[in-house]
Design a protein around this ligand. Structure first.
Ligand code: HEC
Length: 164
């Protein structure tokens, strides 16, 4: 569980202190585009920028890793803080955060979860599930990379999120 224990304590408070002071500039300005470029493109990014811009800006999620359930709880808290969006926007934001800013439980995640969090095809996600079923839990990043079809670069790009 090294990924969990290496998360800096108090990162939330620090991030907020930095970001609370300035609202995110609108996406159509150069400054706004600079902020946007720090977030992976994909469904849900627009909703994140729309719903999370007031108060502290979407940058508050950068550098944070939570489980899908924890993100769901954070979103509930933001709704009680006063954030407002449509049901569809909240769902898209949760999916976006779970896809890009969640811990990846290599040995517990379902094939569908692996597909979105590792950005692999359904067949490769199934191959990972197959490997851990046949040979027992995958114990290292190298074991994960050795599953046939897995792109090692995609795994390396997510190494801080992997939990074995
Ligand atoms: C109406 C104002 C408001 C909006 C809009 C808002 N937040 Fe927050 N957010 C806060 C406040 C206040 C805090 C600090 C207190 C707290 O944690 O609830 C905070 C803290 C946070 C934190 C750091 C604390 C933690 O729980 O990790 C994250 C992450 C976060 N917000 C994400 C979001 C996301 C994602 C959205 C868009 C869905 C959003 N916020 C929209 C007011 C807002």
């Amino acid at each position: 569980m090294s990924s969990l224990s290496s998360l800096p304590i108090g990162a939330c408070a620090t991030l907020l202190a930095v970001t609370m002071s300035a609202q995110t500039p609108p996406a159509q300005t150069p400054a706004g585009r600079a902020v946007e470029s720090r977030f992976p493109a994909g469904p849900g990014r627009d909703a994140l920028f729309k719903v999370c811009r007031e108060c502290h800006g979407p940058e508050s999620v950068l550098g944070q890793l939570k489980t899908r359930e924890e993100w769901s709880k954070t979103l509930d808290e933001m709704a009680s803080n006063g954030a407002s969006g449509t049901d569809e926007e909240w769902k898209e934001i949760l999916d976006y955060l779970a896809t890009h800013y969640s811990l990846i439980f290599v040995n517990k995640a379902t094939a569908t979860e692996l597909e979105s969090t590792l950005d692999v095809s359904a067949a490769i996600a199934e191959a990972i599930v197959g490997a851990r079923t046949e040979q027992g839990a995958l114990k290292t990043i190298d074991e994960l990379k050795r599953v046939p079809g897995v792109d090692p670069l995609k795994i390396d790009a997510r190494k801080d999120r992997l939990v074995f």
